[in-house]
Design a binder for this molecule. Sequence first.
Ligand code: GLN
Length: 490
Amino acid sequence: CIANQTRFLELNAVITPLQSQAGWLQRVRDADARRENGTQKSALDGRIIAIKDNICTRSLPTTCASAMLEKFSSPFDATVISALEESGAIIGSKTNLDEFGMGSHSTNSRFGEVKSSFCGNSGEPLSAGGSSGGSAVAVATGQCYAALGTDTGGSVRLPAAYTGTVGFKPSYGRVSRWGVVAYANSLDTVGIIGQKTSVVREVFGVLNHHDPRDPTSLPTNSRSRISALLSQSQFSNRLASRPLRIGVPLEYNLTELTPSLRKAWLSALKALEKQGHSLHPVSLSSTRHALPAYYILAPAEASSNLAKYDGIRYGTRAAGPDSGEGLNGYLYAKTRGEGFGAEVKRRILLGSFSLSADAMDNYFIQAQRIRRLVQSDFDKVFAFNNPLRTGASGDKDGVSRVDVVIGPTTSSTPPSLSSIQNDSDAMASLNAYVTDVLTVPASLAGLPAISVPVSTTKTDTNPGVDKVGIQIIGQYGDDDLVLDVGEALE
Ligand code: GLN
């Protein structure tokens, strides 16, 4: 695939281009001047960072790829945007996504689907993954230095895996969500996509701070406590100073795993073993329940978060009178009927159902229980105790713990866009949900996780794809180690 201007437009990674922003060129020139006279603000000074279009920016519209917000321009910048600007970075294009972050292929967009820069065997367009597919493609094609995405159940890691880029989801609460349009608050994180882990680390360095405006932002004293725990001799500078213990989660070895992914997983593990680290099978037994639990919890939170788009408080108001003639005559129903796409409506229905009095106990409450089991599975395998939970280490049952766990990010290489469209509506949704099976466990547990590209043999379904995503998951707060291991695999 050729990366040129026409090609960029064809890929449809961008909703609003950088060039629509007043003064952007001057900012680039100012940064150039600072670089020349040695007064650079930071490593990011003058770097263009593309932004997923569900993160509020004053200088460019924020549409969430929805007709509902097609005309919305935020009166303020999200905290992550102000932090980037203070570091001298230039806010780049606003990138395409699945509407409100709901999807796995960046096909549920008011502005049309994103195409990957990878092509299939006969040149057919492949899925860029979702929902931050536009950010991943912008990075993969060199349209920006790095990009911000959001990761609720895998939306940064999955597109990174499908496009041969690095996608990092920090521990929940590390990066401010203030000004990030909520999908499912208890799971939403801002993630970073780059071509290299070192770039992702630079951006993370700028964003990793407490924000008093976000009540779920990790407070400064907790950050200091975690740093102190991590500086104890057995945890500090682990990758450089001693062999790591690497967990191989047995439940991630799905029967459906594409052979090229299994090969890449093995080759990543072997490469780390060669560097002197040791491999240990671990069991995360609740993994198979994580996906259904996620698809109860995320839509439940979404149904509540999206209630405000009624055409009065928020959202593009449907035309015509609030006549009350038949259900669709009411302004609220008309606005929401026209403003939301099919997948968003499906999630609102699912969420409203699972939160309804009769269904609550069987769905929402059970899913929360599973979430706790998934968290405690991880707590049992990590040597570093979860700093947010007292007694989280479980019993010390003589089982030796690991520093990180490593598995594939996805179970298959990217499907072609046409195969996704050929599915009936309900099947397409279900297949997209299944795509998240290996990313949602870390989301439910709030853990840091990175997807890094690992070369693979071009022997199965999509010979156009030469890299697949391998995922490294660490204990809560152990973000730096996750980045270190990502770098060690490059
Ligand atoms: N594909 C998942 C979903 O649709 C994850 C999305 C995300 O992380 N924003 O919910």
